[in-house]
Design a protein around this ligand. Structure first.
Ligand code: DX5
Ligand code: ZN
Length: 225
């Protein structure tokens, strides 16, 4: 059986002066999702994209806009990102004492809901919320910057989560993996149990980003069985 997966290029590594081009690359390359990295200079040291950027790109693509909020007080940004046109909103488990409240808020805005966790955060910290969410975003680097190396211990975390989901009839929850995803490690990450791969620098720093997206799907279609 050919494994199904989705590629979510992160526009963090795109040219911010020409996001229309980044969207066209994703479109022409056949990527499923657009990954938007939101950083607030508090939860992480970097500062990136706010709702107004999502609002600008929304009319230019029909693709699923996947917002990854690396922010403190995520509850304050759910409605602005939903109004701007996000399809999914993911927040960090480390940024709140009340995940269910944020999940309910995301749902009340009509979006899919995701929880992310940093590499050092115990996997079981998200188990109580799995039946309330659509996506778990496993960080495979410390959040904050593109272009870092994939942390190899992430493979075991993906497999462990995949097993937990199937043991608890929660297979509908997607596993998304973010950080250091390259063509050369995509297969092992998918085989560990990932459903969605985020790729920033591997796509947008390449000579031919559109072809690089197609290359990802080639790897999967031809070799992942
Ligand atoms: C890191 C971000 C990632 C990042 C991925 O905090 O969440 O989405 O952009 O970039 P690469 O693929 O370059 O590691
Ligand atoms: Zn991300």
């Amino acid at each position: 059986m050919i494994k199904q997966f989705k590629l979510a290029p992160s526009i963090l590594s795109a040219d911010f002066s020409d996001l229309s081009l980044a969207l066209k690359i994703c479109e022409d390359g056949g990527a499923h999702w657009i990954h938007v990295d939101v950083m607030d200079n508090q939860f992480v040291p970097n500062l990136t994209i706010g709702p107004c950027v999502v609002d600008s790109i929304r009319p230019k693509t029909k693709k699923f806009i996947d917002v990854h909020m690396m922010v403190v007080r995520p509850e304050e940004l759910v409605e602005p990102f939903a109004r701007a046109g996000a399809d999914n909103i993911t927040f960090h488990i480390e940024a709140t004492n009340n995940p269910s409240k944020i999940i309910n808020l995301i749902r009340s805005c009509g979006c899919k809901a995701g929880i992310s966790l940093k590499p050092q955060t115990p996997l079981d910290s998200i188990y109580p919320y799995l039946d309330e969410i659509d996506i778990v975003l496993i960080m495979s680097v410390e959040p904050g910057f593109g272009g870092q190396g994939f942390l190899p211990e992430t493979r075991d975390r993906i497999s462990k989560l995949k097993n937990f989901l199937s043991d608890n009839c929660l297979e509908r929850v997607m596993i998304e993996v973010d950080g250091g995803i390259k063509l050369h490690n995509a297969k092992e990450v998918i085989n560990a149990g990932a459903d969605v791969l985020v790729a920033g620098s591997e796509v947008f720093d390449s000579q031919d980003p559109e072809k690089r997206i197609k290359d990802f799907y080639q790897v999967f279609n031809n070799e992942l069985r």
